[in-house]
Design a protein around this ligand. Structure first.
Ligand SMILES: [Zn+2]
Length: 284
């Protein structure tokens, strides 16, 4: 398959985490690299580039996207346990507040025309049996799903480390059996407990999108692909086998020493072209 066809089938996406934490002004570098799709990851509620839920701030963010010809295709829920955003926290009050905060994210996702919202439904620091883990994930989804239904925004459950794999997520989605539920495959996380290609093979048609980044199988480094040790050729073969067509969303954010944000975005794009070369070789 030639590169033009592959670019259409698998356009590049880049999560806002590639820029400085809450500073989205480097979107001009997206435009320079022809990166037309982003995942909005606000991380903190007082994000200075986009205050989720604030009308004027949303308009400003959308105007910035238009200026740089970038479309937000997905949104990442608030998830940092350290700041009370864990929807499965051990403390019921924290859990309740985190779920309520993320319920409001659906309207925000709808406002920016995002197709889906990525959610974390597991915290490896809370000791639970697999049954309990599943229970709390289901409780969170039961609260979130009515908002998904109101807005038409899908929920993409992300795999996180050893005890929250695609197999577990498949159990969860089997039990919930809801058309607005799917999977966000985090390729870097998969490589820490299995392999990216084996986990991709388990996603089937539930795959809504990706978080693509690299590591050396020890830490969740969020490197640019080919800077770590993931077998990207095997990943590409699994991707072709899956039949998914849609953005290859990068969630790399770890810059090398002295690497600027702009250089980092350029390097992300160069790595995407390398992935396309692998895909092209695999299809010819
Ligand atoms: Zn991720």
């Amino acid at each position: 398959m030639d590169l033009t066809t592959l670019k259409k089938r698998y356009p590049m996406g880049l999560a806002t985490t590639a820029m400085n934490l809450d500073d989205f002004k480097h979107l001009y570098q997206y435009k320079k690299n022809d990166i037309a799709i982003l995942e909005a990851t606000p991380i903190v509620t007082d994000n200075k580039s986009w205050q989720v839920g604030d009308y004027q701030s949303t308009q400003n963010f959308l105007a910035l996207c238009r200026k740089h010809r970038v479309t937000p295709q997905s949104i990442h829920s608030f998830h940092m346990a350290e700041i009370g955003h864990d929807m499965t926290d051990a403390d019921p009050e924290v859990r309740k507040k985190a779920i309520e905060l993320n319920m409001e994210m659906f309207a925000a996702a709808h406002d920016i025309k995002a197709n889906y919202m990525v959610v974390h439904l597991f915290n490896e620091k809370v000791k639970r049996t697999p049954g309990e883990t599943l229970f709390y994930a289901k409780e969170a989804l039961k609260r979130l799903l009515p908002e998904a239904e109101k807005t038409g925004v899908y929920i993409a459950v992300e795999n996180l480390y050893y005890d929250w794999t695609i197999t577990q997520i498949n159990h969860l989605l089997d039990e919930m059996n809801h058309p607005l539920l799917g999977i966000c495959l985090d390729v870097g996380h998969a490589a820490l407990y299995s392999t990216a290609h084996e986990e991709l093979a388990l996603c089937g048609d539930r795959l809504l999108g990706f978080h693509i980044h690299d590591n050396c199988f020890k830490d969740d480094d969020h490197l640019i692909p080919f800077r770590g040790e993931i077998d990207w050729q095997a990943f590409c073969l699994a991707l072709l086998k899956n039949g998914y067509q849609g953005p290859l969303m990068y969630e790399s954010f770890a810059r090398e020493e002295n690497e600027s944000v702009d250089e980092f975005i350029d390097a992300c794009h160069a790595s995407y072209l390398k992935l396309l070369q692998l895909l092209s070789a695999a299809t010819s």
